[in-house]
Structures are given as structure tokens and as C-alpha cells.
Design a protein around this ligand. Structure first.
Ligand code: BGC
Length: 399
């Protein structure tokens, strides 16, 4: 395996999100859906809300230099117009703890969950959603602007819309393309507003939304011409449309990129955007969730980011496996892809593994294991051996 040396100041670390790790978040749309039996119960998660100090110490001992976490809007603003001082202080303690450990702070303002009051008013379908989000962002930036190094406004808008409004497997469980378009428009406006507000509070800060990118490979069976077209269109629309738009509006300081896997896609009579092909065409390895391990995809997508002339921060990359060898293989091959892209002139400033710790994986509940750590029933953190391999990469700034 060739060796790679990353640029000085390259950031290494891991990512988490509030609902997935904190525990006892009961005032949001996911908690409601769990109570209604529509999605798994999250419950106490891994109690990160109270145990963050221990987890940050571990991250520090693993030589992480950046950590991404999200603010739980429903905790901070449990009712319309009312901000709760206790969580605001608790997040401040988290940021100060990171700072003290010389770990850069990457903060997401919206990572899939919505406060109940917001949800009951129609969520992101309501045109007032943009103003509600903006008020929350304003309050947060006034509080935290000096303590945050990188802001991520909204995590994966397209994934949120697809799962919540097209596939209907996440709250609000809608299957309406018309609504999906409206919601995506509001999320985009919310990002533009948030970008402006955050810069008003601190001009030199860095802001992006987190873009989930996937590789779309044409299913090599019959209809190859049409399948190629579907793959091309999906790449253009899913991976690039929003980035292009926000870049044009000058509302991106860097590109936060989340990458996991690849899909084979094919043409279909009934769906303009084609469909995913579920046959296994190649002997590619899959993870425990059935996702292809495809580091070539990360390299190709990173190369595709050159056109934006912005630094790229890999804000999530990871896998769920059952044995350590598979984690190691995924980790090294993806970091190698990052190294190769750096060599080819892509400006990449950091890499965050998803996730620091096994956690609540949305509609899959606790059946996925993305963490560098697992947890037992007493919430003891147990390192997986590949966490030490990653530590060595972070410590050497390459491999
Ligand atoms: C999301 C995470 C999720 C991860 C693994 C990302 O798209 O941001 O919340 O846990 O994928 O599925």
C-alpha cells in the first residue's frame, strides 16, 4: 500500500449527532414517531449528553484534532419562542471542553430532528419554517460564535427530504414529490439565511451544509445506454445541484462532505429518475447493512469537487461491520482515496470518521455499529481495535 502524508494542520476526528448519542431527547418528531410505534425507540442512547467529558478525553487520547457534534434544537427551544438556559450552558461546556483539549469544534445546527412545536406547525413544509430556524440560528450564533470553528447548517438536506417526503420512512412519513420539492426549497432558503446570520455574528467563521454524496454506477445489464443516462442525471441532480446553487449564491465557505457508498442504478419505465438495482453485479464487498464498500467512489467524488474551488472537509465517512478486519480495510482504503485526491490537487482540510461511538441509527435502531467504540449495557465504552489503527493514522498525519 503506498504511503500518504497529509498537509500540516489536516484535521482528524470523528462525528456524532445529538439525537443519536445524547439520550432522553423526548420533545422532537423522532421521539413522537417512536412513541407511535413507527420507528425504533432511541431512549437513553449512549448518554453522551452527560458523559461527553469522558468521550472527549478518549477522542483526545486517540489523537483526534476535530470533533463534529450537533445541537438538539428541541432541547434548546422546547417551545416556540422559549429558549432553555440549561442545555445552552451544557453545550457551552462541551465546546469549552473541546477547546481545552485543542480539538476543533464542528457544529451542526440541524441533524434530521425537529422540535415538536415546529413539527406540529407543518415542519419544513410550512413557509414560516425558514424564519423559525433563522431565529434559532441567531440565538445560537450569539451564544457560541467565538467557540465554534466550523458550522454546518443542515445535515444532508436531500437525504432528509428523500426519507421523509419521498420514501416516507422517516417523520413525517410522506410520499409526495410535490411536498418534497417545497421542503427542499425551504431547507435551501434556511441554509442561505443561516449562512448570512452566522457571518453577521463572526465574519471570519466557516459555514457549509453537509452534503451526502453517493456514486451512481450504471447497472451493466441490458439498456446500458439508458442506465448510463440515469447514473449521469442522478450524479448531477443528487450530488451537485444544491452545491452549485449555494456556491452561486456565495453561501459556502467550504464543502462538508458525507460519503459512505455506491448504488447501481438503472432505467425504469415508471420512474423518471430510474431505480436502484438490487442485484449484486460485481464481487464488491458489502458491509453489515448491505452497502457496497467502494473507496474509488470517494476518490471520484472528491475529484468532482474541484470545480467549486473550495476546501473540502469530509464530515462523515464510515461503515458498520461485524469484524475488525473489515473496519480496518474500509478505513485504510478510504483514507488512501483521500490521500490520492490530495495528491491530485483537491484541497481537503479534514476527515471525520462516523462515528465516535456506536449509536442510534435512525430507522434501523441499534442494529448498526459505526462507532470506533461499542457500548455495553452499562454504557461502558469499549474500544474496537481499529480505533487504535485510526489513532496511529491521526498521530502520524498519514500512513
Ligand atoms: C447521517 C448519520 C447516519 C449515517 C449512517 C449519515 O447520512 O448523517 O446520521 O448515522 O449516515 O447511516
Amino acid at each position: 500500500m503506498p504511503s500518504y502524508h497529509f498537509p500540516p494542520n489536516f484535521l482528524w476526528g470523528a462525528a456524532t449527532s445529538s439525537y443519536q448519542v445524547e439520550g432522553n431527547n423526548e420533545r422532537n418528531d423522532w421521539a413522537l414517531a417512536a412513541w407511535q410505534g413507527k420507528v425504533p425507540v432511541c431512549g437513553r442512547a449512549v448518554d453522551f449528553y452527560n458523559r461527553f467529558e469522558e468521550d472527549f478525553k478518549t477522542a483526545q487520547s486517540l489523537r483526534h484534532t476535530a470533533h463534529r457534534l450537533s445541537l438538539e434544537w428541541s432541547r434548546i427551544q422546547p417551545e416556540a419562542g422559549r429558549f432553555d438556559a440549561e442545555p445552552v450552558q451544557q453545550y457551552k461546556r462541551m465546546f469549552l471542553s473541546l477547546r481545552e483539549k485543542k480539538i476543533k469544534t464542528v457544529v451542526t445546527l440541524h441533524h434530521f430532528t425537529n422540535p415538536l412545536w415546529f413539527y406540529e406547525r407543518g415542519g419544513w413544509f410550512n413557509p414560516e419554517s425558514v424564519d423559525s430556524f433563522a431565529a434559532y440560528v441567531k440565538a445560537m450564533t450569539e451564544e457560541y460564535a467565538p467557540l465554534v470553528d466550523y458550522w454546518i447548517t443542515i445535515n444532508e438536506p436531500m437525504v432528509y427530504v428523500y426519507n421523509g417526503y419521498v420514501k416516507g420512512v422517516w417523520p413525517p412519513f410522506e410520499k409526495s414529490l410535490k411536498k418534497a420539492v417545497v421542503v427542499l426549497t425551504h431547507l435551501t432558503q434556511a441554509h442561505l439565511e443561516a449562512y448570512r446570520i452566522i457571518h453577521e455574528a463572526r465574519a471570519d467563521t466557516k459555514v457549509s451544509f453537509a452534503k451526502h454524496v453517493r456514486v451512481f454506477n450504471p447497472c451493466p445489464s441490458y439498456n446500458l445506454g439508458q442506465n448510463n443516462l440515469i447514473a449521469y442525471l442522478r450524479n448531477k441532480i443528487f450530488n451537485h445541484r444544491l452545491l452549485e446553487y449555494c456556491r452561486k449564491k456565495e453561501a459556502l465557505d467550504f464543502i462538508a462532505l458525507n460519503y459512505y457508498t455506491m448504488d447501481f442504478v438503472k432505467w425504469s419505465l415508471s420512474r423518471t429518475a430510474g431505480i436502484e438495482c438490487t442485484h449484486s453485479h460485481r464481487r464488491l464487498k458489502k458491509n453489515s447493512l448491505g452497502w457496497y464498500n467502494y473507496p474509488e467512489g470517494l476518490y471520484a467524488l472528491l475529484m468532482g469537487m474541484k470545480r467549486y474551488r473550495l476546501p473540502v472537509f469530509i464530515s462523515e465517512n464510515g461503515t458498520s461491520e461485524t469484524d475488525d478486519r473489515a473496519y480496518r480495510a474500509y478505513l485504510l482504503s478510504h483514507i488512501q482515496a483521500v490521500g490520492k485526491a490530495l495528491d491530485k490537487g483537491v484541497d481537503i482540510i479534514g476527515y471525520l470518521w462516523w462515528s465516535l461511538i456506536d449509536n442510534f441509527e435512525w430507522d434501523k435502531g441499534y442494529h448498526a455499529h459505526f462507532g470506533l467504540f461499542s457500548v455495553d449495557e452499562h454504557l461502558q465504552r469499549i474500544p474496537k481495535p481499529f480505533a487504535y489503527l485510526y489513532r496511529d493514522v491521526c498521530a502520524r498525519n498519514g500512513f
